[in-house]
Design a protein around this ligand. Sequence first.
Ligand code: DGL
Length: 279
Amino acid sequence: MQKASGSRNPKVSGLPIGIFDSGLGGLTVVRAVRRLMPSERIIYLGDTARVPYGTKSPATVVRFAHEDMQFLMRHRVKAVVVACNTVSAWALEELVKTYNLPVFGVIVPGAMAAAAATQTGRIGVIGTSATIRSQAYERIIHSANPSAIVHARACPLLVPLVEEGWVKRDVTQQVIADYIRPLLQKRIDTLVLGCTHYPLLAPVIRIVAGRNVRLIDSAQSCAGYVKAELRQLGLLNASRSRGWIQLNVTDEVERFAEVAKRFLGQPAGKVRRVDLSEV
Ligand code: DGL
């Protein structure tokens, strides 16, 4: 399940949307949400002190996810977007059951977009070790397209490269080529970027994969999905004025603020350092 029905009170629609990730990758979702829903207010949490989640055990990912949710709940958000594939893979169902508001993940929209995009039925998925181990993409793609053949590959080196800002280095292209070559040899026509950090690498992935492979950006698919769901729940912000973003991280703010500004294409405003153990 990707959502739970929360309050349908229209007064709630002016409240912010909470978005969280283990680090800066979730900014790809923030950017996509801003583009599609410019009047929405966004409270973002990047758990930069504990990134990466993708190498952790499922139990640890679930525990961290609850702490992230509780932070956002304290800020009175109307809905939460889990902008992390790893958390979406391992914790989403539990979050949906636990919290009384709509909670959306990134995997269903990305998987559905891939199932719709493929012409040959051969789909590649790349993600963190935890996401790939969960087989969540396979399950959802197969539910939409039972004859699809999914080739999945964990790419654990990519998140550290993105967090380091090495998105254009030759070494990064080399690593990407090593990871996705086996998928290309299987003649995939669609490749799911099954990690919210990977859209930052999309230009390099595009060079390596070539023009004939359709790239599915789970952040973009997610934003479209969230918009449709919020509309259906009567929770879209109807205001004509532009919304805002409040960025929170659990570790140093300086480097995050710099990357966020470059990435979001607008001043990130004040980035706050927060302690998730504080109530
Ligand atoms: N944002 C995470 C994801 O989409 C990747 C970073 C991490 O491993 O925590 O899976």
